[in-house]
Write a protein that binds this ligand. Sequence first.
Ligand SMILES: [Zn+2]
Length: 143
Amino acid sequence: MEEEREIMEVPPRYPNFEQTAIKEFWDALENEKLITTRCESCGKIEFPPKIICTSCYSDDMEWVDLPLQGKLYSFAEMFAVPSGFNPPITVAVVELENGVRLFGHVINASYDELKVGDDIEITFEEMNWFDYKKHKYFVFKKK
Ligand SMILES: [Zn+2]
């Protein structure tokens, strides 16, 4: 006789967009804006956004817009990918005009079509990483 098993519902995993201390960041992405934090004490701009400055430990932070243009700093072809992606995908580090570096997914060019220094535009796509909620996130497009 087959054993009867209780099916458990798996609770949503982090991030909980409503409760995180960087809710403004997730809300901005939904509106196709990319923002991060700038320390009002020492001026350091960091990404991802921080609630405490990693340079001077001040918690006096303000939100600032990030530019949506940058240059390809480094990239790699990825064969073991998170669920929801079809391998291989190209991931990259892009350096923005203000020196901030972002890690993300290049959506319009394969590994062989890229070179360091390429002009990159940051755009937004609906993601479905978290089964319980779709959410927009930034992606990279080669210009
Ligand atoms: Zn600081």
